[in-house]
Design a protein around this ligand. Structure first.
Ligand code: HEM
Length: 453
């Protein structure tokens, strides 16, 4: 069978074939898109095997621990691969462990709080952290009103809802309706997102910030952190830049067609950046087995522990089994040391009662790695399923005409972090996901993704 076209960034992940897309098809929600049926089946690759660990159609959610139509059809839910621990179990984690789980504050302060600053030996920088935060907030949008088991991001995947808004009304408020472009403002000769007074969308800002000083962006919370505003500004400039190129190629196109085609180009570029730069970066982040949470965000970690209890997440070892790994037999085996292991044993009573999130963070790093095994083995299948399930990975979409012809296709095929920045700022700065001297320090980044920039 002749090879079918697939996005280069899937090929960049070496093993991918159309089967990767096909294997990922299917209706799913949470972070996953829906409505994509498998059409092509060729020999499976490691990637599609990984992606296939995530079921489609989806199975459970926080209210349905059994197969149900509601769990399939109500796409406001985050889907779950394991059902919640039933309410009437003898212990909070099922049958194992103590009747009372450890105090979340105590857990966070004793085991997660950073004791001293340790530079990431691989030199990963804030540009990466903000990229990850910006990117993931397009599909992780937990609903405050409906509860922690629900998402507001009904696009369920890489749709750039964080740039264009997650519903049509918001999108229309953000659009200029001229040449496909998004609204913008010019400050000191440079383009920025418009103010809320010009693009009236709801934004979350501290109450002291008046409307005239609130930037209007696709995602409600992006005004809260400078790095998120920075990426929003870059993507907005990129959208309008691509519109200019498309307009030159297709002078007769309507505003709508220019907008929609530019959006597809940017969705692909976003996915490409994520897949070509992020995996290696993620694998270099220092998390597993060490205490790295800054005091300023410790409350977030405490909140995560509390919410995972409300959601009745199954024990860490159950998730390990679900993703094909051996359950840990002891806390010593988990942490690779004695002291913290003994304290955890005292608190939880049984390794099979250890909670999911502390388990992920306390697991010893892999040899030559910095993450624990579970972070990658459980995290990667979700990411791959979400990306492969995107329609742009289908042979029907992955062709020049989808992107307005060869020029647009070339933009998606050559997308990079450096281009995103340097084509949209006056003076091209240092652009990378690692600090400049990381290379001199013998970092693996020396021959990693950054050099392709
Ligand atoms: C300055 C650093 C950061 C602060 C202050 C921060 C703060 C927060 C807070 C307060 C929440 C809400 C927690 C809750 O509802 O219980 C949250 C959620 C979240 N954060 Fe962060 N965070 C930071 C960095 C990051 C980074 C680097 C990422 C990269 C992946 C990230 C990804 C997420 C995601 C995916 C959520 C869940 C969002 C949702 O479901 O609605 N955050 N963060």
């Amino acid at each position: 069978m002749a090879p079918l076209p697939v996005p280069f960034w899937l090929l960049g992940w070496h093993l991918a074939a159309p089967s990767a897309w096909a294997g990922a098809g299917g209706r799913a929600h949470g972070v996953l898109p829906h409505g994509l049926g498998p059409t092509v089946v060729t020999p499976s690759s490691l990637l599609s095997v990984r992606a296939n660990l995530i079921p489609s159609p989806p199975t459970f959610n926080s209210d349905y621990g059994y197969i149900s139509w509601e769990a399939y059809a109500n796409v406001s839910y985050y889907t779950r691969v394991l059902p919640p621990v039933p309410d009437n179990c003898p212990t909070p984690m099922g049958t194992k462990g103590k009747r009372q789980l450890p105090d979340p504050q105590l857990l966070a302060e004793r085991f997660l709080l950073r004791q001293k600053f340790e530079a990431d030996p691989r030199g990963t920088n804030l540009m990466f952290a903000f990229f990850a935060q910006h990117f993931t907030h397009q599909f992780f949008k937990t609903s405050g009103k409906m509860g922690r088991g629900f998402t507001k991001a009904l696009g369920h995947g890489v749709d750039l809802g964080h740039l264009y808004g997650d519903n049509l009304q918001r999108q229309h408020q953000l659009r200029l309706f001229q040449d496909g472009k998004l609204k913008f403002q010019v400050v000191d000769g440079e383009v920025y997102p418009p103010m809320v007074t010009h693009a009236p969308v709801h934004m979350v800002y501290p109450s002291a910030v008046p409307k005239e000083k609130q930037l209007a962006m696709g995602q409600e919370v992006f005004g809260l952190l400078p790095g998120l505003c920075m990426y929003s500004t870059l993507w907005l400039r990129e959208h309008n830049r691509v519109c200019d190129i498309l307009k030159q190629e297709h002078p007769t196109w309507s505003d709508e067609q220019l907008f929609q085609t530019a959006r597809l180009i940017l969705i692909d570029a976003g996915a490409a950046l994520c897949l070509t730069h992020v995996p290696a970066c993620v694998l270099t982040l220092q998390i597993g087995g060490t205490q790295t949470i800054n005091a300023n965000v410790l409350q977030v970690a405490i909140g995560v522990i509390k919410e995972s209890r409300q959601l009745r997440l199954q024990p860490f070892n159950e998730y390990r089994k679900r993703f094909g790994m051996k359950p840990y037999k002891s806390f010593q085996e988990l942490t690779g040391e004695e002291e913290k292991a003994a304290e955890l044993e005292e608190l939880y009573g049984d390794i099979d009662a250890l909670e999911f999130y502390p388990g992920l963070l306390l697991e010893k790093p892999q040899p030559n790695g910095i993450f624990g095994e579970s972070m990658v083995e459980i995290g990667a299948p979700f990411s791959l399923k979400g990306l492969f399930g995107n329609p742009i990975c289908s042979p029907e979409y992955w062709k020049p005409s989808t992107f307005g012809g060869e020029t647009g296709f070339e933009i998606v095929k050559t997308a990079s972090l450096e281009k995103l920045v340097c084509l949209n700022v006056k003076k091209c700065p240092y652009v990378a996901f690692h600090v400049p001297d990381a290379l001199e320090n013998g970092s693996p980044w020396g021959d990693g993704p950054s050099t392709e920039l």
